[in-house]
Design a protein around this ligand. Sequence first.
Ligand SMILES: [Zn+2]
Length: 292
Amino acid sequence: MPELPEVETVRRGLAPAMEGAVIAKLELNRPDLRFPLPENFAEAVRERRIVSLGRRAKYLLIDLEDDLTVISHLGMSGSFRIEDETPGAFHHPRSKDGRHDHVVFHLAREKGPLKVIYNDPRRFGFMHLWKRSELDLYPAFAELGPEPTGNALDAGYLAGRFSGKNQPLKGALLDQTVVAGLGNIYVCEALWRSHLSPKRAAGSIVTKTGKPKKELALLNDAIRDVIADAIAAGGSSLRDHIRTDGSLGYFQHSFSVYDREGEACRTPGCGGTVARITQAGRSTFYCPTCQK
Ligand SMILES: [Zn+2]
């Protein structure tokens, strides 16, 4: 399942192909994904220029002229790939099953036509059409907290959210109203990097006067760093993927603690073993020796 860094990687991969292009035709090969596709979707976007590609949490935003945005969520198995339509262009070998090519953007560009294809075997992904000026009213965005890549997330903000909370840090960080787009993997990684136990009460890293303790400052840095590192790693694997088959799917990152149950902790000098526990129905991976 793609988390924020994977969606950001997809955005960065698609931007050079899509930004500035005109949607000559939108091909819809079925009426729905997880939800029905927008009413009159093809007509609504036809002949419109793509102004920019954005992202909010785990949602890709395709901004069109005339205040329209295509909101795209990749679900469990959604991916995009780019096919060059220029006569004589090198054709990437087909790596995906064409039966799952559900939405095809036929793009007219100065540099030559392209197809951007959305493929989704399990169809948990979805697309909505929304007014860009009213994106804050999109239900999934209404309550979202700040992005972990933006300036609004800092230790002072987190202190305000965590103050007096008995909820374990793991759950407090998964709350999308606290930080947008932070998922299970990167919460585990950020807690490991900052040597904080996922079971520790969120309020325990805030002073009595509501200021961030040193641990919370470290946690804030760790959140920003794990996301930035994963986006950077996605960028390097992206270059390889575009070279091989034009697909912008998910990349297997290597994690420091996530999915490493029973293996040696990678904190220098720790000597502990990574454990797995279940919190609120989700697997948590952490090192009981160095995460306090
Ligand atoms: Zn350890």
